[in-house]
Design a protein around this ligand. Structure first.
Ligand code: ZN
Length: 496
């Protein structure tokens, strides 16, 4: 089956072909770890996850890499991210979001970055973001790759793509790279006049072109700094992705690069310029795939509007007034097409909760009926082939779900075959493997399982009172119980 993807580089739908048959090398821009990741961040990350899982369904071996941006003061002209982070840390501590004692010194950027890296990984695992379980192998931190960044900057200077300005700052020269602007549609003329928007005014006079961007900034006094041939200082933001992509994926040219649409300019444009400039290759990533924004109840998410939600605000009920199971948030975030703006709503979450519950019940019942023994199926199976065909059309998730959801309700005469189909579907959706355990552990779950055993045992000796008593304890603990044939008991977490 051929996979069609919308490539932002060419602005058209293309048939995906990997450089090496059967293998996909894919890079996703990761989180900046100066605060908790919000649901808009996770929308972008989970779209990358859906793409990766779809490629795996199509039998590609996917080598996926995502960075952690833990270097401070990353973009020239913007306020110092580190002092901003320290202020936010104080706010988060005060509100109890960051527990007392979790971060000793709220002014220490390494402690801040460490804390939020762990928080991110925890949230990402709860949401079934596959790559989070590949930390640290495929999830590198920028601060561990400073040497590589300096190596690439040296190469760029040697190849006349970068220069040291009179104040000692190293800049990339956009005029040395004629393709600059190809991804975003910006032209150097537009950028010259500032129409491209984000060109900073700071240091303008020292740059050869206003759009030239920083690779290394000497700064003795900065809180995160490293030795370099250009003085003690710190790297620009864009260079980290170019370096980590090629170092960890082992290629100058990779297959796929993903990110949110807000990263197209300047970040991804600059990544292309650096990577191609340093390697001399014609391209950096062959397919650029971008996810659109997330809105909340039809409005742009913003702190001032009070509709700015982190993933954990949603889990713990701060966002909507009631706790949300991570599988429900995952479903909510992946269920709309990545090239449509996503509208996060309370109503949507309720709908998602219903679907997720049906999926959990469906799987639990089939597992019970088959003893976990699935048949063998492949993508030619009528349900799977429709599901895969929908995904192959630029990840048309709504169409894919429209195949699966009605199928769950049908009669399943061959549970072993249905289980196999479901497992393939769920390998992409990643819903039912978000168990309490993978979601961070549920101390009462072991106890609940034990009551389930008691209930089974009581039923086998027809002690209905004991069975009812055990059942009631399970329900009181927030779980649901179903009795299935052969005396089995299926317990699922109540999502209501
Ligand atoms: Zn990046």
């Amino acid at each position: 089956m051929s996979l069609q993807l919308y490539n932002s580089l060419t602005n058209q739908m293309e048939t995906f072909e990997s450089l090496e048959p059967g293998v996909v090398r894919m890079y996703s821009c990761g989180p900046t770890v100066y605060d908790f990741a919000h649901i808009g961040n996770f929308r972008s990350f989970l779209f990358g996850d859906l793409l990766r899982r779809t490629l795996e369904l199509f039998d590609y071996q996917v080598h996926h890499v995502m960075n952690i941006t833990d270097v401070g003061h990353m973009v020239e002209g913007e306020t110092d991210k580190m002092s901003e982070a320290a202020n936010r840390m104080k706010v988060n501590k005060k509100s109890g979001r960051v527990p007392e004692g979790a971060v000793e010194d709220p002014n220490d950027p390494y402690q801040i970055a460490d804390y939020y890296t762990n928080a991110f990984l925890e949230d990402a695992r709860k949401l079934g973001y596959k790559i989070a379980s590949e930390y640290p192998e495929n999830v590198p931190k920028a601060t561990d790759h400073i040497e590589g960044m300096q190596g690439m900057i040296k190469r760029l200077i040697e190849r006349d793509h970068a220069y040291v300005a009179e104040d000692g700052v190293v800049y990339f020269s956009v005029e040395s790279f004629p393709k600059y602007g190809e991804l975003s549609g910006n032209t150097l003329e537009k950028l010259q006049s500032g129409a491209g928007g984000r060109v900073s005014d700071e240091n303008q006079s020292r740059k050869r072109h206003p759009a030239d961007f920083m690779l290394w900034k000497p700064d003795q006094h900065h809180v995160m700094k490293w030795d370099s041939p250009w003085g003690v200082g710190y790297p620009g933001w864009h260079i980290e992705c170019s370096v980590m992509a090629s170092e960890l994926l082992g290629r100058d040219v990779i297959d796929i690069h993903t990110g949110g649409e807000d990263l197209i300019f300047p970040h991804h444009e600059c990544e292309i310029a650096q990577s191609c400039g340093a390697s001399g290759a014609e391209s950096f990533a062959r397919y650029w795939i971008h996810a659109r924004f997330l809105m909340v109840e039809g409005e742009k998410m913003s702190k001032s509007k009070g509709n700015f939600f982190t993933a954990r605000d949603v889990f713990n009920g701060d966002a909507t007034g009631s706790e949300v199971h991570p599988a429900v948030l995952r479903y909510e975030l992946i269920k709309s097409h990545y090239r449509a703006n996503m509208n996060f709503t309370k109503k949507g979450l309720e709908d998602s909760s219903g679907v997720v519950k049906r999926m959990l019940d469906f799987e639990a019942r089939l597992e019970q009926e088959t003893g976990g023994q699935a048949a063998e199926v492949d993508l030619s199976h009528p349900v799977l082939s429709k599901f895969a065909a929908a995904l192959s059309s630029d990840l048309n998730i709504s169409e894919a779900l429209a195949v699966v959801i009605p199928w769950l309700r049908q009669e399943h005469r061959d549970p072993r075959e249905s289980l196999a189909v479901w497992r393939a579907v769920n390998s992409v959706l990643g819903i039912t493997d978000i168990t309490e355990e993978s979601a961070g552990g549920d101390p009462i779950f072991d106890q609940v399982q034990q009551w389930g055993e008691e209930m089974k045992e009581a039923r086998s000796r027809k002690d209905w009172d004991a069975s009812d008593a055990a059942r009631q304890k399970i329900i009181d603990a927030g779980y649901e119980v179903q009795m299935v044939k052969d005396g089995g008991v299926v317990i699922t977490k109540s999502l209501a």
